[in-house]
Structure formats: structure tokens, C-alpha cells
Ligand binder design. Structure first.
Ligand code: PRP
Length: 179
């Protein structure tokens, strides 16, 4: 059973709903007259982004990229590959990259640099979870939902070996599941 593999719930469905609503409000105010392009980084962002976008009450466009930096293990390989790019020109646009987690920063620092070459008006990063203690690349998020607990967390889009993304809360995986 899915829930039996979780040792601790860090953020409940209700807590996440409230936090995401607050984040949506901030984006709504900051981008009110900017017609931003929200860029979700799949697959991890899909739950967070779906909820966040419904809390952003302004005109915006939505697109997705698929970027792969991890194998099936638990630590980054450092190699970033663009598996799906944007479908539109972003020159002069205000971009908000939406992520589920900023960890080593390798993925987002690559992605930010990659998109910067197309001359957008601005690029900001919005992540649900931030793990600043694990940072290897020099990058900071502009909007952060939570500082990540020091645990192997899954749920609400976050996976372990492609599983647990569909948990409605964010929890820590029992060590015996991944060791
Ligand atoms: C996760 C997450 C970020 C990246 C963050 O994606 O969604 O894109 O890792 O890690 P970093 O800061 O150490 O680079 P992952 O490659 O696991 O793919 P997924 O989104 O399909 O889960």
C-alpha cells in the first residue's frame, strides 16, 4: 500500500492548499500587468502547478519543458538534458519557472541560462520545496513554498523511482524503501 511506505507526513493536503494559495496571491500581485509565461518543469511540477495556476488570477500563458537530470537513483548525476522545449518565442516575455523542488540547483541553473539566451524580459523561479543546504550551483529561488526537511520526501508530484507522485501530501519515505 502506498501510504504504508511513508514514515512521516511533513505537509498535509490542507497545509499545502493554504501555502499554494498564498503563493498564487503573490504571483497575482507581482505579475498583474505583465502577461507572464509560466513554464512548468515536468514531471515533478504537475500537481503543484495545476493547483498554483488556479490561484493565479491574471492573464498568463502556460507551457512545459521536460528536463532530465536524474537517473532512477536518489542523487543527481549532474548531466542535464532538454527532452522537451518550449513551443513559443520568449523574447521580451516575463518568465516564471515552476518547479517542485530546488535541490543541488544543477537543473535550474542550466535551465535559467538556457532560457536567458532567448532574451526574455525577466526570468524568476518559483519552487514548492527548497533544499538550500544541498546547493551545488549558484542559484536561488524567487518564490519558495517550504524549506525542505532533511529527509527523502515524496508526494504531491515528487517521486522516488517514478512512484509516490500521486500522494496528496508530502511525506518522508521509509529508509527501507529506498536503501
Ligand atoms: C527533480 C526536480 C527538479 C530537479 C531538482 O526532477 O523536479 O527538476 O530534480 O534537482 P536539482 O536542483 O538537484 O537539479 P527530476 O530530474 O527528478 O525529474 P522529475 O521532475 O520527472 O521528477
Amino acid at each position: 500500500m502506498l501510504h504504508n511506505d511513508i514514515q512521516k507526513i511533513y505537509f498535509t493536503e490542507e497545509q499545502i492548499r493554504e501555502r499554494v494559495a498564498e503563493m498564487g496571491k503573490v504571483l497575482t500581485e507581482e505579475y498583474a500587468d505583465k502577461h507572464p509565461l509560466m513554464v512548468g518543469v515536468l514531471k515533478g511540477c504537475f500537481v503543484f502547478m495545476a493547483d498554483l495556476m488556479r490561484e493565479v488570477n491574471i492573464l498568463c500563458d502556460i507551457d512545459f519543458m521536460i528536463v532530465s537530470s536524474y537517473g532512477s537513483g536518489t542523487t543527481t548525476t549532474g548531466a542535464v538534458k532538454i527532452l522537451k522545449d518550449l513551443n513559443q518565442d520568449i523574447e521580451g516575455r516575463h518568465i516564471v519557472i515552476i518547479e517542485d523542488i530546488l535541490d543541488s540547483g544543477v537543473t535550474l541553473s542550466y535551465l535559467k541560462q538556457y532560457l536567458s539566451m532567448r532574451k526574455p524580459a525577466s526570468i524568476k523561479i518559483c519552487t514548492l520545496m527548497d533544499k538550500p543546504t544541498r546547493r551545488k550551483a549558484d542559484i536561488k529561488a524567487d518564490y519558495v513554498g517550504y524549506i525542505c526537511p532533511d529527509d527523502f520526501i515524496v508526494g504531491y508530484g515528487l517521486d522516488y523511482d517514478e512512484k509516490y507522485r500521486n500522494l496528496p501530501y508530502i511525506g518522508g519515505l521509509k529508509p527501507e524503501v529506498y536503501s
